[in-house]
Design a protein around this ligand. Sequence first.
Ligand code: HEM
Length: 463
Amino acid sequence: MKLQNKILFLIIVPLQFLLAQNSQPFLKDFDNLKIAKVPLIGKWLGPRDIFKHRLRTLAKWQKSNPLEMYQELRDFRPVANMSKIPGLKLGINSPDTIYLSKRVDIIETMEQPGIFTVLPYSRKMKALGGHMLAADETDFNNIEKPWMRSLMPHSDIAKIKIILEEIINETLKEISVKKTGLTDFNLVDDFARKVPAKFADKYFGFPGPDLKTLYRWSRTTQENYFHNLRNNKKIIKRSKNSEQEMVKYGQKLLSNPETLVEDSILKRLLLSNEVARNEITEERVLVNIIGAIIGSIETTQTAFIYALQELSRRPHFFELAKIAAKNNDDEKLAQLIWEALRFNPINPAMVRVAIKDAVVGKASGHPREIKKGTLILLGIQSAMFDESQIENPREFRIDRPYEINLNFGYGHHRCLGEMINLIQLPLMIKKMILQKNFQLLPEAKKKKSKSPFPENLRAQFLI
Ligand code: HEM
């Protein structure tokens, strides 16, 4: 070992030991970089090793004890440096990754889409040719999003309810067909994916060639956009193929406009004044309908499963949900579901990239200058447990204001389908838990699934 390394070794190891003794359990793990081992192999840990270690630690704690982790982050390191992310090809030098955990800092960041951008999505959604989720403060956001919203108005709620009632009843019948007694089924493919996939047909007017293909399109694209921070090439390729297939399929649909589902969103988009006045092209109609389909299936199925799993871990609240469903107390059922998703969110963190030098953490009084290209992880779940804003956050309560829910994002990129899911998700859960003796079955011990989404979860009810 070189003399210089020996000296550093003698200083760093005891220092690290002292720091580790003082720190909290999560932060101890987060900071435990085993620097002591490194001089023996003659290599200092680089920023990439540090990032990998920290991301792994976050993932491990997210599974085992997320609330403790977020508490420590908010209390001791609200603006946490994760070091440099490897393999992030954003066309912009990415100096560091910062994890924000205080609600005010996260909101402050999301309120500045001109600085903290969705650049990571834009590279991944290239095959679509531009979409609101992959752009900031452009016509896609400022013209196309309000245009899409105007064609999915609140006055559609009654229609959406009727469509969903039919779809859900039909899907439950398909599960029960030719069977009596206890019916055991795949809750994911036979229900949670199937309902939003059929809704893609009946409401959006984009049925896809068959359900399996629709499932694949939504799963592969969502995996790439939201679960591929490290840019795995295979995941990118699968997603790109799906986007291309969707565009091809959509072009075929548009070439036979007379076959489109009456009063569907696709038909409304085509017949809209904006298209008639040539302000928006048919190509943009296609991109936007595809964006809605991609956004609606895998998210809904995951939220459905996560909410049910969280409720079934809390027998008292699961019972309350069943009673609310029986009594048609939709408001109470919805409160239970949003609270369950606060404890078990589908995306505990979201991503942004600073496209200029900026400051984060100002709102909470922890300002930190960051360089252009810094990747920001927004700890959405932590924000929903921030005691400075949320009363007794660790208590499961059903009287919380809806506004604390960040599961549908916030601000510029807030989910376009939120209104749909205020209806769809509670109705899916209501109908399912109303089935006689409904219960989730224990997950089979099998090879670890590579999918970031729930797969093959069994459930049963009595017919
Ligand atoms: C439970 C189901 C859903 C959840 C949890 C969910 C969640 C989200 C979140 C968190 C975002 C913001 C992402 C970010 O800021 O980085 C988002 C955006 C979006 N969602 Fe959803 N979503 C759901 C269902 C839907 C549905 C049914 C649609 C169909 C229209 C949809 C379409 C979109 C679109 C188009 C965007 C991009 C909006 C923009 O960038 O301005 N989502 N969603």
